[in-house]
Design a binder for this molecule. Structure first.
Ligand code: URA
Length: 449
């Protein structure tokens, strides 16, 4: 502990916290509370906080310190009390993936399995899409739920998906804004505290995390992603909230669809049992971990059998219909996709090279695919920008698949020729084709329960 260094005459000073952290010392609870309190009341200037963040990036934090920081950030705003919803309430979080529509499948699937799901989600910013934006492709779907209505809905139908409010863990919002512009995002304790403070403030007591690894993810290597997952699980343990985590590959987008309407359709197809293998596998893995932890199944095999039955019987799809209706949406979209916003045209992006030559898809850069959708208006440049829900990309192959030059590598859903050109140029940078067969990559790298 650096108490001797940072408390002078009983007074904690920010300069001493910076110096102590720069030397690799640890902060105690009182110091972390001072830090978060100072961020909230504005008494710690951005330049000192930035210096401290950079020192953390270099020196790290112990698990205990990370838990103190998480708890203090969690308590910097409102904390939802979901105790009236029962002893197990689930929430799921992904560290951000391209084409990640897992929440749209996972929430109704788990609710159908009898686990109440209280999920707060964000809007897309940067290259990853936001669940809340995707849900708005369903006509009428309301995402701005008052806390009281959010809890009431979970009580009534076993699930709700609402927009994350600024009242939850506001200290994270302030710290994240600075991290974003000071090169201090990629720090395991800072990411762990940021994610976990919001999850804890959102009130669920069964937290299921999907930590992405690979190019375009916060953690590029499997080793780092496992360390982040293990850190969040340990912080959960220290703060007495069970955390389950999987580490998953992000060397390519999840599923085939990247956009809003196209992703909602893919999620619905998954709930109908026709989803892409990787999305299906991820939902089965996360769902099985949750069912075992909640005591609904004795092991993973039994849990997966339950989940498969919920899909094949239509119960999971029915649960999604209930969710849509409860939030004011038009559940006819489940059978009539034309009710959602669509782009005017579809055109293929072709595998380059001499027609007919064999090619194997080695890598799909998710960030570039996301940019292809974004240049057509599917993503935001700045907070508050409107998004075009109809445009999107539908991949026609995944890594390891064999194709021929001239085959469609992706379908682009677009409105204007210039949108198509811009998206095609991005896709040209996204795909890596090779002339010999390559192995398919494994989606799930590790499960931490
Ligand atoms: N997601 C978060 O919520 N916080 C981080 O720091 C990184 C990813």
């Amino acid at each position: 502990m650096v108490t001797a260094n940072s408390v002078r005459g009983g007074q904690i000073r920010m300069i001493d916290l910076i110096l102590g952290k720069r030397q690799g010392k640890s902060h105690n609870r009182q110091e972390i509370d001072f830090l978060v309190g100072g961020i909230m009341d504005g008494s710690i200037p951005d330049y000192q906080l930035s210096a401290w963040l950079m020192a953390v990036c270099w020196q790290g934090m112990t698990l205990e310190e990370t838990a103190f920081l998480t708890d203090a950030m969690c308590n910097s705003g409102s904390v939802l009390d979901l105790s009236e919803l029962g002893s197990v309430v689930g929430d799921k979080h992904s560290t951000g993936g391209v084409g990640d529509k897992t929440t749209l499948v996972f929430v109704p699937l788990l609710a159908a399995a009898g686990i109440p799901m209280a999920k707060l989600s964000g809007r897309g910013l940067g290259h990853t899409g936001g669940t809340i934006d995707k849900l708005e492709a369903i006509p009428g779907f309301q995402v701005d739920l008052k806390t009281k209505d959010f809890i009431e809905q979970v009580k009534k139908i076993g699930m709700a998906i609402g927009g994350q409010t600024a009242e939850l863990a506001p200290a994270d919002g302030k710290i994240y804004a600075l991290r974003d512009v000071t090169g201090t995002v990629e720090s395991i304790p800072l990411i762990a505290a940021s994610v976990m403070s919001k999850k804890l403030a959102a009130g669920a007591n069964l937290i299921i995390l999907d930590v992405k690894c690979g190019k375009g993810a916060f953690m590029e290597t499997e080793e780092k992603a496992k360390e982040l997952a293990a850190t969040m699980a340990s912080v959960g343990r220290l703060l007495k909230r069970p955390v389950l985590a999987v580490v998953t590959d992000m060397e390519q987008p999840l599923g085939f669809a990247v956009g809003h309407t196209v992703e909602v359709i893919e999620a619905i197809e998954t709930l109908k049992g026709n989803g892409p293998d990787d999305l299906n596998e991820l939902c089965m893995e996360l769902g099985a971990l949750a069912l075992v932890e909640a005591g609904k199944a004795s092991d993973k095999e039994q849990a997966q059998a339950i989940l498969k039955e919920l899909i094949s019987s239509g119960k999971a799809l029915n649960a999604f219909a209930k969710l849509i209706e409860a939030q004011g949406g038009d559940s006819r979209v489940l059978t009539d996709y034309s009710l959602m916003p669509h782009a005017k045209h579809q055109k293929a992006y072709l595998v380059p090279g001499q027609a007919g030559a064999p090619k194997w898809l080695e890598h799909i850069d998710g960030r570039k695919v996301a940019e292809a959708a974004k240049v057509m208006g599917a993503g935001r440049v700045k907070k508050g920008d409107p998004v075009d829900l109809g445009v999107g990309i539908i991949l026609q192959a995944k890594c390891g698949d064999a194709l021929k030059a001239g085959d469609a590598a992706a379908i682009i859903n677009y409105d204007t020729d210039s949108q198509y050109e811009a998206a095609a140029a991005k896709l040209a940078e996204a795909f890596t084709f090779v002339d010999k067969a390559v192995a398919k990559s494994k989606l799930i790298k590790a499960s931490i329960a």
